[in-house]
Design a protein around this ligand. Structure first.
Ligand SMILES: *Cc1c(COP(=O)(O)O)cnc(C)c1O
Length: 409
């Protein structure tokens, strides 16, 4: 490879990272393994091109093949989600969300969005994020007892505050969203409906979670989580918002699109249109349920007592270990997850009470329910022996041995 010759230092980091990804268990619910076809597109000559504008209306010459590629990407995304209009140019989930706010709102407008500490995303109104600084955010959360979104409470807030936009979406909520309930609430107060399906897009595309695209005004998603495409995003919307959304992406917030990434999005959309992808999405959920059951059987408290989707939140603090300690001990055992706030957390974001676990990546490797049970038991063993280097080393070896039966690259 050229990179090994010219830049052995960086080549080594890539090789090491590949080994880490192969030998460990990736339980971070926002991560996945893309296909080699997707990676080839990301590493293609499209990285050399400038193509500001939209297909067939560009500010640079030489875009005939970029236009064909982007037309195909858009057509496939429309088919996948039954969308009226799609813009595949957003660089990532956060810029895509910024474009939606920019397109639909004026500075200072009110937005009803899910609190980060209850499962929302930074771009849903965190005070340190553009969303919290430029807009007036009314946060909603989950019920203290059930740990589920209380739609009556969301409705009450909406009637009180009359937001201009209602945002449905999450990064850490283990249950299905009721998009119809959100839509009814928004209609009652005349708010725009915006769904951020970054985490669940693959599940929505496969029909194993309700798809909000036909129902909502605007829907954003990343392409690299359950959708299993390259790092990037897209915005889907009703035809009547098409011009506003396109103008917000360019020239509102972005310059030249990343054509190499957009080509890879097109490849990933084609993969997601195959019948095998439905089987994959179904297995993600079966695996999450199997892991959740096993953990609860081992005595762990899961937020909302289980999961309907690809992720779960485990309250490790109830077992006397902090989220940060749990993340580190698991890391040392070749099991990757992230510390996470749980609803009504009494601890701080940098060392919260929970960890977040998910099954999209390990399901891509072909793992099934029996492996989930094994993984839950490893997690339990590590957490109960977080300071025992011997045990962590042994688990790491066992993890590696199992991973060798599920080769991905
Ligand atoms: C991951 C995520 C994003 C942001 O995506 P980036 O590509 O990391 O910017 C936005 N919204 C939600 C709900 C997410 O989970």
């Amino acid at each position: 490879m050229y990179i090994e010759k010219f830049d052995p230092e960086i080549a080594q980091t890539i090789e090491n990272e590949k080994k880490r990804q192969m030998d460990g268990l990736e339980l971070i619910p926002s991560e996945n393994y893309v296909s080699k076809a997707v990676m080839e597109a990301v590493g293609s000559v499209f990285t050399n091109k400038y193509s500001e504008g939209v297909p067939h209306k560009r500010y640079y010459g030489g875009n005939e093949f970029v236009d064909t590629m982007e037309d195909i990407a858009v057509a496939r995304a429309k088919q996948l989600f039954s969308a009226e209009h799609v813009n595949v140019q957003p660089y990532s989930g956060s810029p895509a969300n910024f474009a939606v706010y920019y397109a639909l709102l004026e500075l200072g407008d009110k937005v009803l969005g899910m609190n980060l500490s209850m499962g929302g995303h930074l771009t849903h109104g965190h005070p340190l994020n553009f969303s919290g600084r430029f807009y007036k955010i009314i946060p909603y959360g989950v019920d203290k007892e059930t740990e589920l979104i209380d739609y009556d409470e969301v409705r009450k807030l909406a009637l009180q505050e009359k937001p201009k936009m209602l945002l449905a979406g999450f990064s850490a909520y283990p249950r299905a969203l009721d998009f119809k309930a959100f839509k009814e609430i928004a209609d009652e107060v005349g708010a725009f409906t915006f769904a951020d399906i970054a985490h669940i897009a693959g599940l929505c595309a496969a029909g194993v979670h309700e798809n909000p695209v036909p129902l909502f005004d605007v829907v954003s998603t990343t392409t690299h989580k359950t959708l299993r495409g390259p790092r990037g995003a897209m915005i889907m919307c009703k035809e009547k918002f098409a011009k506003q959304i396109d103008k917000a992406v360019f020239p509102g917030l972005q310059g030249g699109p990343h054509d190499h990434v957009n080509a890879a999005k097109a490849v990933a959309f084609k993969e997601a249109l195959q019948p095998e992808f439905k089987i994959y999405a179904r297995q993600i959920i079966k695996n999450a349920k199997a892991m959740a059951e096993e953990l609860m059987g081992l005595g762990y408290k899961l937020v909302s007592n289980g999961t309907d989707n690809h992720l779960m939140l485990v309250d490790v603090w109830k077992m006397g270990i902090t989220g940060k300690e749990a993340e580190i001990a698991l890391d040392e055992s070749g099991i990757y997850c992230n510390k996470n706030m749980i609803p009504y957390d009494t601890r701080q974001p940098l060392d919260p009470s929970g960890i977040r676990l998910g099954t999209p990546a390990i399901t891509s490797r072909g793992m099934k329910e029996s492996e989930m049970k094994q993984i839950a038991n490893w997690v339990d063993k590590v957490l109960k022996n977080k300071n025992d280097a011997q045990i962590k080393k042994k688990v790491r070896e066992e993890v590696k041995a199992m991973c060798q039966n599920f080769i991905i690259y």
